[in-house]
Design a protein around this ligand. Structure first.
Ligand code: HEC
Length: 119
């Protein structure tokens, strides 16, 4: 192999390594430090979301982890990680995820969003 080929292979491998390297995010707020609204949101998460989503660490369960969701720019679908898009996913469902529009009140949704922001 010519040295130039060796060089370009090394550059491509380096770029692939960088792309695969996940940034690390600050840990989720400990449960004991949640304020009253965030605690209510945590209850909603436990009841409605925990069976399919991890919250305090990354990795897929049935759906993608919700950990550090708002620290990232985009949701797994590529939509911007903001309250409007997250609320829509929760209330209307997303792909194979069921919607919770007829199970959660607006207050419960707001509490849940407050909790998700602590992750
Ligand atoms: C029955 C399992 C299940 C439950 C319960 C569930 N989800 Fe999901 N969720 C999924 C799956 C699967 C996906 C990936 C869907 C896809 O992209 O097709 C997902 C995707 C998401 C996404 C990413 C949407 C996007 O645009 O990428 C968010 C945010 C989310 N769920 C939040 C929640 C919250 C909050 C709750 C609790 C109210 C919840 N989910 C309950 C299975 C579930």
């Amino acid at each position: 192999m010519h040295w130039k080929q060796v060089f370009s292979v090394a550059v491509v491998a380096g770029a692939a390594l960088l792309a695969g390297c996940k940034p690390s995010y600050p840990p989720a707020k400990p449960i004991g430090q949640l304020n009253p609204q965030e605690s209510r949101g945590y209850q909603v998460y436990q009841r409605a979301c925990a069976s399919c989503h991890y919250a305090d660490h990354s990795g897929d369960l049935h759906g993608p982890s919700l950990y550090a969701m708002y620290d990232k720019k985009y949701l797994p679908s590529g939509a911007p990680a903001n309250d409007a898009r997250v609320s829509a996913a929760i209330m209307d469902g997303h792909g194979i995820m069921p919607g919770f529009g007829n199970q959660l009140s607006q207050q419960q949704l707001q509490d849940l969003l407050a909790y998700l922001h602590t992750l």
